[in-house]
Design a protein. Sequence first.
Length: 267
Amino acid sequence: MTALIMGIVNVTPDSFSDGGRYLSHDAAIAHGLALIADGADILDIGGESTRPGAARVTAAEEQQRVVPVIRELTAAGATVSIDTMNAQTALAAVEAGARIVNDVSGGMADPDLLPAVAGTDADIVLQHWRGPSADMYANAAYDDVAAEVAAELLARREAAASAGIRLERVILDPGIGFGKRGEQNWAALRATPQLVALGSRVLIGTSRKRFLGDLLSEADADTRRRDLATAVTSVLAAQAGAWAVRVHDVAATRDALRVVAAWEGER
């Protein structure tokens, strides 16, 4: 059982968990370096919050936030992913050194994004998405979560292929917390093996999300218990075949993965 760890660097004032803490370039760079020291394999850097209810920011503002951070962290040897729905930001980030474009809309928010990424050598994360953060749960209605998420991700993968992106460059993400409520998230997670069977790498991101807080019946401000729950779900995702897990607390997930690897004799 192996999975890469993608550490989250939110260069935003309003992200749901740590908005504002790393808004300055110096703070974001220092945080990224700390995550690498904690065991992150990839840093996912974002300049626009996608929390429920979040408003969009301009591409210029997004790039002002992230490009200097990406440039410094890649110069320090980090493997960087850019968390963006904007084609121009994706291109600016790749030019600054990013190797992965992580689009939570799966290429649906900006029709220019897939063709833009096709013209680079970057990989792309296509996340399951049913609408913008400002109205996150408007389309959270499913007859069969696992089947519908898989089918909609396959459609996005086909769109990427039509834009010129080779299959081996595509990573699929079931979009935990995006357009999904409560049990719908658990159903999507239980279907990770079926998603892996589609033949693309799979990224799973559960970190500190509301459905974990609802399960634990704890206050939104308490991240300690959500980080523990995140580490558990990340281990389960790795066991189900996920290529990588996206987390805020890299050290906790690293330790959890190491414990399970030792248990399974992989140490």
